[in-house]
Design a protein around this ligand. Structure first.
Ligand code: NAD
Length: 451
């Protein structure tokens, strides 16, 4: 740890040298990063596969490709983003020219989770560097192969005083969190998010917390259920269900529940075969502990499809649970695995009863063709972001901010929003000197009546 503390000091000194504020320097770092990432494409995809049997296609679609998009975006737009933004002046402060300067915070701590280990470490890194900060990045200790690749890439591209990886578990994280940072960007569970917020509060360090939760998916009786099943099976089973914005559970109109279950079963078999364990496209649960956790969630539930568990292989089959108890652990904890509980509603109060009994989710999905129902649903509930008639893909548009609300997080990023997250918005007003009325200066006697 002493070595790490020494490098953090060096990063602070380097930041003060003003070098990271140089646009060309930042661009050269990002361009070198791009070359190195491209050179490691297969290495990254192999590492993801070794860590939890994630297929190359999914690895590219949901991690590698998104990192490249973000990097290209930053390289293309950085010159524009760093410019002070001219803001309309106010009559009250006339004459003035007003600006917002984008100021890097300084030293940033980024803590990443294991579930999209490459994407969720690299994306904040790219924007923190683009914004002119120095970075200490702690990847997840659970995906050691990917974390090793991330560390190797960072070490090759960045001088230590600009960016440094620190691998390790809770002990290292705890020591890192005890340091004084200028900003902490954390992605992970709500439970650890609270630990991070507490540590940050000691130094009044601003934080972005990208957390999880139970994201509902509401389906009414007006929509083509085969289309729903196609998108739902993809959105739930991508990454083996270990996605922060995966639909956690379904609330379907009771009259179409049986039909929905039938089409879901057929769709799972179509995509992953009768034995998904043999499918090269179905990832594993990250470790034995989580496999055991998911197995516990299934106890005393009405499994109507799947349910096979092989703890030695960290395998849980795609599983459908019919009408679990709202007070069961399955309906209280974030599932984070390929288990899909199905609840029903007859009227809108039934939906509210389910959603309002849980914390504000990271996402909400609604499948319907009824505009009024859709509008009222997305306005009624508070959640981080969502999709109408599909799942997950709001993550893919970098023009949309991505983040949670309440227990699912605070702050947001993606694209320009990421750059803004890592920049202090510094308002600057330049006063004109040619006009200086005496109104604001004392003595004030008699001026009240002029207001
Ligand atoms: P986690 O909270 O267990 O770990 C995240 C990071 O915190 C890791 O780097 C880990 O080493 C560190 N950590 C773990 N325990 C700690 C402790 N006691 N003190 C200090 N640091 C600690 O999360 P995870 O299991 O890696 O990821 C899964 C969770 O992340 C899910 O809840 C998921 O919803 C959430 N998630 C959110 C997003 C998002 O963008 N909102 C994205 C991916 C995952």
């Amino acid at each position: 740890m002493n070595d790490i503390l020494h490098i953090i000091d060096k990063q602070r000194a380097f930041f003060k040298s003003q070098k990271t504020k140089d646009l060309e320097y930042r661009l050269s770092l990002l361009k070198t990063l791009k070359v190195e990432i491209f050179a490691n494409e297969q290495v990254v995809l192999d590492a993801l596969n070794k860590d939890f049997k994630k297929s190359g296609f999914e690895g590219y679609l949901s991690e590698f490709g998104l990192v490249i998009t973000e990097l290209d975006l930053a390289i293309k737009n950085l010159k524009k983003w760093v410019k002070p933004k001219r803001i309309k002046a106010s009559l009250l402060t006339f004459p003035s020219k007003d600006y917002i300067y984008q100021e890097p915070y300084g030293s940033i701590l980024i803590m990443a989770p294991w579930n999209y280990p490459f994407l969720l470490a690299m994306e904040p890194l790219i924007m923190a560097i683009a914004a002119g900060n120095t970075v200490v990045l702690k990847p997840s200790e659970l995906t050691t192969n990917t974390s090793n690749v991330i560390s190797a890439i960072i070490k090759k591209v960045f001088p230590k005083e600009v960016a440094m990886p620190v691998e390790g578990g809770v002990e290292i994280s705890t020591q890192l969190l005890a340091q004084k940072w200028d900003y902490i960007f954390f992605t992970g569970s709500t439970k650890v998010g609270k630990i991070v917020a507490e540590a940050a509060a000691k130094h009044l360090t601003p934080v972005t917390l990208e957390l999880g939760g139970k994201s509902p998916c509401i389906i009414d009786d007006s929509i083509d259920l085969k289309l729903v099943a196609r998108r739902l099976v993809w959105g739930k089973l991508l990454n083996g269900g270990q996605t922060c914005i995966a639909p956690d559970y379904i609330i379907v109109k009771s009259t179409v529940k049986d039909k929905l279950i039938e089409v879901l079963k057929a769709e799972i078999i179509k995509r992953y075969g009768h034995n998904p364990k043999e499918s090269p496209d179905f990832p594993r649960i990250i470790n034995e502990r989580n496999t055991q956790r998911l197995a516990e969630l299934l106890k005393n539930t009405n499994v109507v499809f799947g349910g096979e568990i092989d703890k030695n292989d960290c395998y849980i089959a795609p599983t459908i649970v019919d009408e679990p108890d709202l007070n069961s652990k399955l309906m209280q904890d974030e599932i984070f695995g390929p288990i899909l509980p199905i609840l029903t509603y007859d009227n809108e109060d039934n939906i509210a009863h389910i959603i309002w009994n849980l914390d504000k989710p990271l996402s909400l999905y609604v499948f319907s063709t009824q505009t009024a129902f859709i509008e009222q649903t997305i306005k009624k509930y508070s959640f981080g972001g969502g999709v109408i008639n599909d799942l997950l893909i709001h993550f893919g548009n970098y023009r949309l901010p991505f983040g949670g609300v309440g227990a699912s997080g605070m702050g947001n990023y993606h694209g320009k929003y990421g750059f803004t997250t890592f920049s202090n918005q510094k308002p600057i007003m330049k006063r004109g000197n040619w006009y200086d009325p005496s109104f604001r200066y004392p003595p004030y006697k008699g001026k009240m009546s002029l207001l």
